[in-house]
Design a binder for this molecule. Structure first.
Ligand code: ADQ
Length: 466
């Protein structure tokens, strides 16, 4: 077991809040996306151990799994409350998803955020060496490169933001937004999910940090060149497609089929989060049942949504809201032999999910705001080419830019969502195949490897500055 990780040769080093070490089900897009990448490149993954101690162990724990080395640090309860539940998920998450109304601006949260970013910067210094390429993931670590540089780091360091970057007017509402901006400017490369995110961040840095545009991918801030790169994240499309016909997939699909009988399945799969538009989706299903009574008894909507961050008040309220909506809709429209909406608050294995996607005539992906949304891509990958289902996709998911052949809807407009689901159910085979082929080609071309290569290639743009 490699104790002194810093002596190995040049590698990819990923830093993210949660690693996927030892986990059976990976219910986060980030974990799903990074595992294969690091496993293939014998990389190092630095993150939180997932453990909360009254007195955290001082040293990080070093372990190995599937060719990946992990350096894992514990957190105290106070760290977890202030950094994770507080700043990351009660300030940054809502603001990045345009929900200023849900943000809790408590200055103690920012202090905790800075402390944890400093601690992880020290962890990088301990385990990485300057030939390594450090790739920091997501909104938990906006300040990391700044602290690494203050500690003397001279190697390369890039950052990928999995969530949207909001309009500058929204980001500016964060009391410490300039500290965050200084943190972002310390990276060599910042990757974002959509062109819209790149444009928002570029405008913000120009307005607040005096950044000047060098060209479409580069900004100059003082004497530092920052590459802003549009890198939409993809999936392992071939692997996911194969998973959809695996034994666990077929088994899960048969179990659900026994419940469905001859009914058509409409599926939603999300982390339970207010950005995913779940109440609006449930309302859209009620509108569908109102508008198209001929569908009664002939379709079944199953929503799979494992709880996440379930101690943050908003998540508790969301769970209650979904329970109530589900009960109301089933009460209003259900019958002795028909349950219109089923809602399963638990996670499933990747293969099982793939089987369920494949069974569904319609994949309903309707976030109000989403960096990318990998479920949309997984749904397409899992389809049977001979008889593919139809993807109904929110215009506010980053994925919509790459997937114009889906039925693109506004999730706030419940009537248009209902109409799209109706159209999807009635769509002739030939049109379903035509749309699916174009979508599948896209997710195979711009897959998870394409994403990684595109991000890593951006470092060359930084050094080739004029
Ligand atoms: P998330 O908000 O977590 O990720 P998403 O992109 O939809 O959202 O990824 C969810 C992942 O978790 C998918 O791979 C899905 O299969 C899995 N998952 C969801 N529900 C599950 C369940 N019930 N059981 C098992 N697995 C489940 C963040 C951003 C997104 C961005 C990703 C990746 O918010 O916008 O697409 O990172 O960059």
């Amino acid at each position: 077991m490699p104790e002194d990780l810093s002596s190995s040769s040049s590698r990819l080093v990923v830093v993210s809040n949660r690693t996927a070490f030892g986990s059976q089900t990976r219910a986060g897009g980030l974990a799903v996306a990074l595992w294969d990448t690091l496993s293939a490149s014998n990389g190092l993954w630095i993150g939180w151990s997932g453990k909360i101690y009254d007195v955290p162990r001082r040293r990080s724990q070093v372990v190995e799994e599937d060719g990946i080395s992990f350096a894992l640090a514990d957190m105290s309860k106070a760290d977890y409350d202030g950094f994770y539940l507080g700043y990351a998920n009660s300030v940054l998450w809502p603001v990045m998803h345009n929900r200023l109304d849900l943000a809790v601006f408590d200055s103690d949260y920012f202090t905790a955020y800075s402390v944890i970013n400093r601690r992880f910067a020290a962890l990088v210094a301990e385990h990485a060496h300057e030939d390594d390429l450090v790739w920091v993931q997501d909104y938990h670590f906006l300040l990391l490169a700044k602290y690494m540089k203050e500690d003397g780091w001279r190697g390369q360091c890039g950052f990928f933001l999995h969530v949207p970057f909001p309009a500058p007017e929204v980001f500016r509402s964060i009391p410490n937004h300039l500290d965050l901006a200084a943190g972002l400017c310390a990276y060599d490369v910042v990757g974002l999910q959509s062109r819209h995110d790149v444009a928002n961040l570029a405008r913000y840095l120009q307005e607040e940090m005096g950044a000047e545009r060098i060209d479409s991918d580069r900004l100059r801030i003082g004497d530092h060149v920052l590459v802003l790169r549009h890198c939409p994240i993809g999936i392992d499309a071939g692997g996911f497609s194969a998973a959809a016909t695996s034994a666990p997939a077929v088994q899960a699909s048969h179990r659900l089929e026994r419940f469905l009988g001859s009914r058509d399945l409409i599926i939603g799969v999300d982390r339970m989060d207010y950005s995913k538009g779940l109440p609006q989706r449930f309302e859209a299903m009620a509108t569908l049942f109102d508008k198209y009574p001929e569908l009664h008894g002939n379709i079944s909507f199953t929503q799979i949504a494992p709880p996440s961050r379930s101690v943050v008040e908003e998540y508790v309220l969301l769970r209650q809201q979904l329970d109530e909506l589900c009960g109301r809709i089933n009460g209003d429209y259900g019958d002795l032999d028909w349950i219109p909406i089923r809602y399963l608050a638990r996670g499933y294995d990747r293969e099982e999910l793939a089987g369920l996607y494949r069974l569904a005539r319609v994949g309903l992906v309707t976030p109000l705001q989403d960096g990318m949304n990998l479920v949309a891509k997984e749904y397409v990958a899992a389809q049977d080419p001979a008889n593919p289902g139809v993807l109904v996709l929110s215009q506010f998911a980053g994925a919509a830019d790459q997937m114009p052949e889906a039925l693109i809807i506004n999730p706030h407009d419940t009537e248009s969502v209902a109409d799209a689901v109706h159209a999807a159910l009635a769509m002739p085979l030939e049109e379903r195949q035509r749309r699916w082929q174009a979508l599948y080609k896209g997710i195979c071309t711009e897959d998870i490897n394409w994403w990684r290569e595109r991000f890593l290639a951006a470092f060359d743009m930084q050094v080739s500055q004029d």
